[in-house]
Write a protein that binds this ligand. Sequence first.
Ligand SMILES: [Zn+2]
Length: 183
Amino acid sequence: MGGTRGSYLKRRLLKLQVGYLLSEGPGNSKVVPICLPQRLQVANDLFLESLTGNLVLTRTKEGILIQGTLQVGHARECDRCLEAFDHEFELGVAELFASPPDANNSVFSVDSNGEIDLAPLLREEVLIEESYRTVCRAECRGLSAETGANLNHEEEPLLVDASPLEGGLAIDPRLAVLKQLLT
Ligand SMILES: [Zn+2]
């Protein structure tokens, strides 16, 4: 996890100028690399840690077809143990941005400046991808139903509190029983 959580790239970067492609005939295409390996705002309620990959933009009769696979990094909470982790996954994209706008063909369209905005599409796709259970790792053991403790950390010694620095005042309850037997 980077140390730059305070700053982020603006969602403006998710707008692509496609006017040049529109003025070309159907069938023309262009590969557009997306390289945003930093924290990025996608929507008011969605920030990604990274977004990279290639998109193929193809001029069709209906507008601009966007296809490709993006690698997404999203800092979120594990649904099982509630710890923060970077969820990294691949997002397949295949969407028509209609031009002129055509609600029957697509909810997305090329705007009057000849731009397409990937942000609403990305937000939708990421939310769908993460709408089912997302865990920090397949073998995540989650939280103890009794204590709420993270069971992933259970192997770690629980007696660290009884450190010598505290002058032996902190005695593990199990040891306290032994002490009583001894005295
Ligand atoms: Zn977990």
